[in-house]
Write a protein that binds this ligand. Structure first.
Ligand code: UGC
Length: 322
């Protein structure tokens, strides 16, 4: 049984998955010239500078669309990892009917998500609730989900990418008995006095030398491990992705197991590193509501008459009462 942590009573609105909005958690991979979130209309978009012509001019090749990190050299077991491609065939989730609650406002503030009389009651829009009872992370690897057989225009089947920032380790310590393995860069070997004098440069102010760039600072920001702490549930985010997008969770990013919304399953090819040491490959935490009458962490899922998930926060949000 995975360890658990207390969960606040909180309802989270859905945002549109865009590379910018998702940057602190990993990468949203999409074709920049056709992605719905891009600012310019499709005919006015030009390929970004890091693209090249390929296949005798019949293809545009976008370079390095996502980064894969393998941090297993820092794992306690020292067991090497290999690159793996698995397939997750994900069935649609059961949502529960909307009902008002006394949840605290999400980090977006009170978006009137819990009133009886807003969208939840309208004929052309349905509001349902998704309970989030578990999060997980892969401390030593990125993990990329690539949906198959789903069109960018598919309105009936979409997927949710649910992620949380990481709390500082100091705020997390009292909650878990023994901290699970997490990559920690090795400190530079203490230098001998002989080394120090051999490299000394006269300086009127200091004899310190600049610290060596750490292993992590050389990684792109989205790929850097997030720290060993617990998930910051009050700042959990829920993004809706289209079939035209893949998503990479940065190493150590807390996330919910993949959530499919709609009427059919989605198959994902999932690319990551793994060394088959359970606690190094995947760490889970159960979210337990503080009190039996509380519902815990809940994502509010609004769908229109066609079943398309509505964006209620961030870029492209449709305000309930406009
Ligand atoms: N994200 C998800 O659905 N599952 C995993 O990350 C997993 O490795 O089980």
């Amino acid at each position: 049984m995975p360890p658990s942590m207390p969960a606040p009573n909180i309802r989270i609105p859905i945002e549109l998955l865009t590379p910018t909005a998702f940057a602190q958690f990993g990468t949203a991979v999409e074709n920049p010239t056709t992605a719905p979130s891009a600012k310019l209309p499709v005919p006015h978009r030009i390929p970004p500078p890091d693209s090249v012509s390929a296949n005798q001019g019949f293809a545009t090749k976008y370079l390095d669309v996502t980064h894969m990190s393998n941090l297993y050299t820092l794992a306690p077991s020292k067991k090497p990892a290999k690159a793996v491609m698995n397939m997750f065939a994900c069935a649609p989730r059961n949502l529960r009917p909307h009902e008002p609650s006394e949840s605290m406002p999400s980090s977006w503030g009170d978006l009137e998500l819990d009133d009886d009389d807003d969208d939840g009651g309208r004929d052309d829009c349905e509001r349902q609730l998704l309970d989030i009872g578990i999060l997980e992370r892969h401390p030593f690897t990125t993990q990329t989900f690539i949906p198959m057989g789903l069109s960018a225009a598919d309105k009936h089947t979409q997927y949710l990418v649910i992620v949380a920032p990481t709390l500082p380790a100091s705020a997390s310590r009292r909650n878990t008995a023994r901290p699970p393995p997490y990559p920690t860069p090795k400190l530079e070997r203490r230098r001998s006095l002989k080394d120090i004098f051999a490299r000394a440069r006269p300086s009127p102010y200091s004899v310190d030398t600049a610290p060596p760039p750490s292993l992590f600072s050389r990684l792109p920001p989205s790929a850097r491990p997030k720290g060993p702490g617990l998930p910051d549930l009050k700042n959990l985010r829920a993004f809706v992705a289209t079939g035209g997008q893949a998503v990479t969770y940065g190493a150590g990013t807390w996330h919910a197991p993949m959530i499919v919304i709609g009427d059919r399953p989605i198959d994902f090819v999932v690319v990551q590193f793994a060394n088959e040491v359970g606690i190094e490959d995947c760490q889970e935490i159960l979210l337990k509501a503080n009190n039996a009458s509380h519902e815990g962490v809940v994502v509010t899922v609004d769908t229109d008459a066609s079943g398309k998930v509505q964006v209620k926060a961030g870029v492209g949000a449709v305000k309930a009462k406009l």
